[in-house]
Design a protein around this ligand. Structure first.
Ligand code: FES
Ligand code: FES
Length: 167
């Protein structure tokens, strides 16, 4: 099937099998390996990307289901203005250890802050509750999201995806 999917602001058209997973489309076809693949059973959440601004697990979504939609991956978080505040927050608060869960965590955080710029700690914990950090670094992940929430000026500039940027 021919699909056109907008990824990080750029349309990509490809012939894919109906069973082709979105995570495979992003990683294998587009080379966007920032989207990680950790379990294949919809448990870990490291494959989370944004579909029209909402977090989805790309390992349990078919590429054809994303046709005509906007996908944002971790490669699309940075803008011409610089790092997304969520990315900066993970740096400032040391929100990662091995970094395997980090792309999905950051995208979920971005969606949360776009929806609610000042979430409570409980709301942050609920937002990331579908994702596992194998290093169990949840405290600093929460602090990283709080850091980003407290820098709203930079956050406003980060809502538009930019194609071809790196995290
Ligand atoms: S790889 Fe998708 S939930 Fe684990
Ligand atoms: S930082 Fe290692 S899995 Fe989260």
């Amino acid at each position: 099937m021919q699909v056109t999917i907008n990824v990080n602001g750029e349309d990509h058209t490809a012939d894919v099998e109906p069973r082709h997973l979105l995570v495979r489309f992003l990683r294998d076809d587009l080379g966007l390996t920032g989207t990680h693949w950790g379990c294949d059973t919809s448990n870990c959440g490291t494959c989370v990307v944004l579909l029209d601004g909402e977090p989805v697990k790309s390992c349990t979504m078919l590429a054809v289901m994303a046709a005509g939609h906007q996908v944002r991956t971790v490669e699309g978080l940075e803008t011409a203005d610089g790092l997304d505040p969520v990315q900066q927050g993970f740096i400032e608060q040391h929100g990662l250890q091995c970094g395997f869960c980090t792309p999905g965590m950051m995208l979920t955080a971005r969606a949360l802050l776009d929806r609610d710029p000042d979430p409570s700690e409980q709301q942050i914990r609920e937002a990331i509750s579908g994702q596992l950090c194998r290093c169990t670094g949840y405290l600093n992940i929460v602090r990283a999201v709080q850091w980003a929430a407290h820098h709203p000026a930079a956050a406003a500039a980060a809502t538009a995806p930019s194609a071809g940027s790196t995290p």
